[in-house]
Design a protein around this ligand. Structure first.
Ligand code: GAR
Length: 208
């Protein structure tokens, strides 16, 4: 009888959240399949008491919280976040609804990707859904991109489009975006985990 080849080790990642964590849940569910090739080593947050952390705990995944209020300044918060991430030695980090801009210490660590609820480079920042609705665009969506030192300016990895309906509210539109966004994130994270990241993933995208 021949021994089957050893399965490749899953790629370790850390996921950062600030809220309900439905994107995190999609990754947890996908990672339950060994063929997906991802091990979520830890889930980090910038605040306590969020459903995202509860989802991780229910899945028996390590959690950590690094709050800005617990640090004298932003640079020390950033250094503490970088240290907590690197303790898990992830191949890359996924911001899945993490509502903080990270600084140089975290950016010097493992490559980081983010999911954003708009079609970048349109509507970056904390209110991508609201801003798209207010502008009156008819199509918006979700973008997965590398994190660099700008606000949602890193190289785009993938996007999904969502049509805006006449009666949409910010909430109804965000819910429809999140359906597409979760699938996009699961696809991107699995693909990066199984095929590897490009050598300089944090490059800045030039638009000129
Ligand atoms: C997602 O739509 C994500 O794109 C957004 O927060 C939501 C988190 O949902 N992130 C940003 O707006 C970052 N600028 P979830 O907690 O249910 O995964």
């Amino acid at each position: 009888m021949t021994t089957p080849p050893a399965a490749a080790e899953p790629t370790p990642i850390v996921v950062l959240v600030s809220g309900s964590g439905t994107n995190l849940q999609a990754l947890i569910d996908a990672a339950a399949d060994p063929d997906y090739g991802v091990q979520i080593r830890a889930v980090g947050a910038d605040r306590d008491g969020i459903e995202g952390l509860a989802r991780a705990e229910r899945a028996h995944i390590d959690t950590f919280v690094v709050k800005t209020a617990d640090h004298p300044d932003r640079a020390q918060w950033d250094a503490a976040l970088a240290a907590r991430i690197s303790a898990y030695d992830p191949t890359f980090v996924v911001c899945a609804g993490f509502m903080k801009i990270v600084g140089p210490a975290t950016l010097a660590g493992p490559p980081m990707i983010n999911t954003h609820p708009a079609l970048l480079p349109s509507f970056p920042g904390a209110h991508g859904v609201r801003d798209a609705l207010a502008h009156g665009v008819r199509i918006t969506g979700a973008t997965c991109h590398y994190v660099d030192d700008g606000v949602d300016t890193g190289a785009i990895i993938d996007q999904r489009a969502v049509r805006i309906e006449d009666d949409d509210t910010e909430e109804s539109l965000h819910e429809r975006i999140k359906v597409e966004e979760r699938q996009m994130l699961v696809d991107v994270v699995g693909r990066l985990a199984r095929t590897g990241l490009p050598e300089a993933p944090n490059r800045k995208v030039t638009t000129s």
